[in-house]
Design a protein around this ligand. Structure first.
Ligand SMILES: [Cu+2]
Length: 249
């Protein structure tokens, strides 16, 4: 059986440790949120991901505090006093506690896996999507639209679901626009996909998020999210330009 604290001194220790754990959790949680900037959420898919990050950070703060506060408190309060050569009290295991600290983390991991899968599935939209193929290679990007337009920057209309298919010409790369949230690997020999609905206009940086060689750091491209009319105008202009080039060859 789990033995509850018997004496008032024991109870006092538990109350103090409980309060210290809570205080440490709050301080640590806010500290981590302050030093780990979660980028502004500029796609529909980014919101649940950012939320999940925050839940994780609070859980990490709590678990860290629980372990470390208990340990430090015990080290300090129950340290060996001067001239105390007595043996410590002997006790052997605590089945109830061991079951609790096995089952609780297990349940938490299962719950978070479930939420994680749901969140990732949420990043899968369907129906009327703007399609674009992004090709990664050492060390740059190129974008192809279904109508044959090719571009060095990716332009997408704001508020419309986009289906980005990803292909690599050489090694593994990873498609990441920090403001949008999810990352997706580009794997040679296969096509991977990313569903994204940018909901804020602006110019963003697409980065490669998988170490892919000497100039990995410079594997950047510009992503522009623009109003639909501007997108259509850009597309018309690109089509005209590329048709002219074809004609003048
Ligand atoms: Cu890279």
């Amino acid at each position: 059986m789990l033995k509850l604290p018997q004496t008032s001194t024991d109870r006092r220790h538990f109350v103090i440790v409980g309060v210290l754990t809570l205080v440490t959790t709050v301080v640590l949680g806010f500290f981590m949120l302050a030093i780990l900037p979660i980028k502004a959420q500029k796609s529909v898919q980014a919101e649940p991901i950012a939320w999940l990050f925050q839940v994780h950070i609070w859980l990490i703060a709590f678990l860290f505090s629980l372990v470390v506060v208990f340990m430090l408190y015990s080290l300090v309060v129950f340290r060996r006093r001067k001239n105390d050569d007595s043996e410590g009290e002997h006790f052997e295991g605590n089945t109830a506690l061991e079951i609790i600290w096995t089952v609780v983390p297990l349940v938490l991991v299962v719950i978070f896996s479930f939420i994680g899968i749901q969140t990732l599935n949420g990043a899968t939209s369907g129906g009327d999507e703007v399609q674009v193929k992004a090709t990664g290679f050492q060390w740059s990007w190129k974008f192809d639209y279904p109508n044959g337009v090719t571009s060095a920057e990716m332009v997408l209309p704001v508020g419309k679901p986009a289906l980005i298919s990803l292909e690599s010409q050489d090694v593994i790369h990873s498609f990441w626009v920090a403001e949008w949230g999810p990352k997706q690997d580009l794997v040679p020999g296969m096509t991977t996909t990313l569903h994204i609905t940018p909901d804020t206009e602006g110019e963003f940086k697409l980065r490669c998020a998988e170490l892919c060689g000497l100039s990995h750091w410079s594997m950047l491209a510009t992503v522009r999210v623009v109003p639909e009319e501007e997108y259509t105008a850009w597309m018309d202009q690109k089509m005209a330009e590329q048709n002219v080039q074809t004609a003048s060859r």
